[in-house]
Ligand binder design. Structure first.
Ligand SMILES: CC(C)(COP(=O)(O)OP(=O)(O)OC[C@H]1O[C@@H](n2cnc3c(N)ncnc32)[C@H](O)[C@@H]1OP(=O)(O)O)[C@@H](O)C(=O)NCCC(=O)NCCS
Length: 190
């Protein structure tokens, strides 16, 4: 089946549901992306407008799926509320690069850590991927913690690896490969 006709899946966890974005989610994305931490640590447009949110949940999400990746809403299983976003991007040669953000007032509940475990497992098992990468600014303590709690391995610092809004930054490279499955991923989501 071609990628265009294959439906992006919904992935069920314990406390979160990982599902495709809908146009009705645009207001939640717009509100979340006003947050200063999301603006500081990620590549979302800044300032972030309503049209950016609409593009994200429609054309950007659709393009990611067509390109072999997937951008998903992280939804609180108990309430159905959008808690954040997680996406696999830049898929090439079996390698996915994952990025995420969460809604400020829902942070610290473990939702993104669980979402990262789920999407990593989905990519490595269902999509037969070879490697998942995360690049995090070393000063981003919350994201570093998410990577470690999800069982990713710190590989080192990549110096001046990317330009983030005019700042050339060092990043910490974290990875997860199929032989890592069995610990963090399997424990929580078998
Ligand atoms: C990074 C981010 C997605 C984490 O979201 P979250 O909903 O808080 O994630 P979780 O609840 O799953 O886990 C957060 C962990 O970080 C810890 N943490 C939070 N702030 C921290 C800080 N400043 N320093 C160290 N650890 C921190 C929490 O205690 C928790 O760890 P624990 O489970 O051991 O208690 C969220 O902070 C965010 O959206 N930040 C802005 C965007 C961003 O940085 N994206 C990633 C770019 S690489």
């Amino acid at each position: 089946m071609s990628r265009a006709r294959e439906c992006q899946p919904t992935l069920n966890g314990t406390n979160v549901i990982i599902r495709p974005w809908h146009i009705d989610d645009a207001d939640a994305v717009y509100a979340a992306c006003q947050d200063s931490a999301i603006q500081r640590w990620t590549t979302v447009p800044s300032p972030y407008g309503r049209s950016d949110a609409i593009d994200y949940v429609t054309s950007i999400a659709a393009s990611a799926w067509m390109d072999g990746g997937g951008i998903f809403a992280i939804v609180v299983a108990a309430t159905g509320r959008v808690a954040g976003s997680i996406g696999a991007h830049r898929m090439a040669a079996g390698v996915a690069h994952i990025g995420y953000w969460s809604v400020p007032d829902l942070r610290g509940n473990g939702f993104v850590t669980e979402a990262l475990r789920i999407v990593t497992r989905w990519f490595l098992i269902e999509r037969r991927g070879a490697r998942v990468e995360l690049v995090v600014e070393p000063a981003n303590g919350a994201s570093t913690r998410v990577a470690e709690r999800a069982g990713f391995t710190f590989e080192g610092i990549l110096r001046q690896w990317m330009d983030l809004r005019g700042r050339r930054i060092d990043v910490a490279m974290y990875s997860f490969i199929p032989t890592d499955i069995g610990g963090a991923l399997r424990d929580s989501h078998s």
